[in-house]
Each structure stands twice: as C-alpha cells, then as structure tokens.
Design a protein around this ligand. Structure first.
Ligand code: ZN
Length: 119
C-alpha cells in the first residue's frame, strides 16, 4: 500500500499505482483525491528491459538452454516492479482528470477514425 499524496493515508494499492494514469487515476478512499504515478523515465525501463531480455535470448541460444532467457525476463520484470514501487504518486485535481479524459478521449477517437479510414 502507498500513501495518498493529498492526505498521507495509506490507501493506494500497488495494482492501482501501477495502472494509474491521468485518465484512470488512483482514487484515495480516505479523502477522495486523485493521483497517478508519473512515468517520466518509463521509456528507459523499456529499453533496459528489452536489452536484458535480448541478451538473455542470445545467451540462451548460444548455450542451448532456457535458463538465461528466464533469468533475463525475471530481471526485466523485477526492474519494472522496482521502478513502479520507487516513483512517487502525484496528486491530480478533478479538473486535470477531466481535461486528460477529454484530450485522450479525442486522441482515441482520432486513432479509431484513422484506423477505420485506412482499412
Ligand atoms: Zn487521500
């Protein structure tokens, strides 16, 4: 469980922190505040994870064994969980959530239209 950035009550579960975005924020049961875990360095985690898994795959192929790939996948997942655990939750106002929902909702609509028009 993690502390709500608004009231400091320990009410946010790991799964809610992990899946929180400005569109679908974590919601504090004590004070009702919204928050999300900002993933500014999430791209670095993906690159490191991809490199570790690729290195594990190459080592698994060279050694004709599965364990190096399993080790690489485990290391990449552990890094991902540690990264989400480490980054702080940031408070979001109800206005920020509604703006994010409107903008990203329009983004999804644009993506859907582009997909339908090009198929
Ligand atoms: Zn709270």
């Amino acid at each position: 469980m993690y502390q709500c950035p608004a009231c400091k009550a320990t009410t946010i579960r790991f799964s809610r922190k992990w899946l929180s975005t400005p569109v679908v924020p974590a919601h504090c049961r004590a004070c009702g505040a919204y928050s999300h875990a900002h993933r500014s360095s999430g791209g670095l985690g993906i690159v490191v994870g991809a490199l570790v898994i690729t290195a594990g795959g190459i080592a698994a192929s060279a050694l004709q064994a599965f364990w190096p790939l399993g080790l690489g996948i485990t290391a990449a997942l552990s890094f991902c969980v540690w990264h989400i655990h480490r980054i702080p939750l940031e408070a979001l106002s109800a206005e920020q959530v509604s703006v994010a929902r409107a903008t990203e909702g329009m983004g999804f609509l644009a993506f859907l239209m582009a997909f339908l028009l090009n198929s």
